[in-house]
Design a protein around this ligand. Structure first.
Ligand code: RIB
Length: 307
């Protein structure tokens, strides 16, 4: 069984369903509101656990009520340990304000709170052993991610970075990344492309090659309803998406990354790991919310068999 260590964010998601988002200065009436555990770190940790990994989450919540409730939710997840989640005094828990529109597309404002306090010393005292995977995203500070990956690699672990949300990358960080997983928007951001254009396969290949920071690095670009593209130094792989009716895409990318990390930790081929991630991402889009929609291993196996 793979062991996945996730250094990442934990947020209270507050989600409003709307027909359409307000324009600047406008107020629109929402249809419903829901509250759920979220944050890219927590989502990917849960996705990894539900797809079969043993998971350690390294993170931080605040000293408020949200922090207490989110920790209890995380503790209720089978296969996930919160032994390395800290409660920071005099700090608020991360909060994400999510709107989901009639097309099931989301738009998010995330306020980091305690996530911003996760420091290198909080992630380098963790014993990492065996065929482990270290996974992180950009909702915790980049120096912390770099220290975590350097520590993990020194222990023989494989590192996976999902640099989301997109932001400038500090020098040296990509050098300690084995698998870089981005969506199309992020791929364009990191390759200085036009964020409004869609990439052809040839452009995707060129972009992935552009993003590759070292000779061994694998670059994965998730394409939502169009599937996934991966580029290694020796081959490219394209897979179609699983056909589903999306209800809410929040957390679909996280479902992909978590399940992909589990598969890499299990020693699956890159193609199988991409397929598992794609199936998990599709299933996550069929239900509302981030963590409530993250699929379990049996559901992922079922959709793959039925395809
Ligand atoms: O990727 C989805 C997540 O992004 C949400 O759960 C929200 O917390 C934001 O961080």
């Amino acid at each position: 069984m793979s062991h996945v260590y996730v250094a990442g964010s934990i947020n209270q998601d507050i989600t409003a369903r709307v027909q359409r988002r307000p324009r600047p200065g406008e107020t629109v009436s929402g249809e419903s509101v829901s509250y759920a555990l979220g944050g890219k770190g927590a989502n990917q940790a849960i996705a990894a656990a539900r797809s079969g990994a043993s998971v350690d989450l390294l993170g931080a919540v605040g000293s408020d009520r949200f922090g207490e409730e989110l920790l209890a939710d995380l503790d209720a997840e089978d296969g996930l340990s919160t032994a390395h989640v800290r409660r920071m005094p005099n700090t608020s828990t991360g909060v994400a304000l999510v709107t989901v529109d009639a097309d099931a597309e989301n738009a998010i404002v995330a306020v980091p709170g305690a996530n911003a306090t996760l420091a290198p010393e909080h992630v380098t005292d963790v014993e990492i052993t065996g065929e482990a995977v270290a996974l992180s995203q950009f909702e915790v500070p980049q120096p912390t991610i770099q220290a975590f990956f350097e520590w993990a690699q020194s222990r023989g672990a494989t590192t996976i970075l999902n640099p989301a949300p997109a932001e400038d990358v500090r020098d040296g960080l990509l050098e300690v990344v084995d698998y870089l997983v981005v969506n199309e928007t992020e791929a364009l951001f990191y390759s200085d492309g036009d964020a409004d254009s869609e990439l052809s396969m040839a452009e995707l290949a060129a972009t992935a090659a552009d993003l590759r920071a070292h000779d061994e690095q694998v670059v994965v670009v998730t394409l939502g309803g169009a599937g996934v593209f991966a580029s290694t130094p020796s081959e490219t792989i394209e897979l179609d998406a699983y056909a589903v009716d999306p209800v809410d895409t929040t957390g679909a990318g996280d479902a992909f990354v978590g399940a992909f990390a589990t598969a890499i930790g299990d020693g699956l081929s890159l193609r199988d790991a991409l397929d598992l991630g794609t199936a998990a991402g599709a299933l996550a889009a069929t239900e509302a919310g981030a963590t409530p929609s993250l699929p379990r291993r049996t559901a992922i196996q079922d959709i793959r068999q039925d395809a």
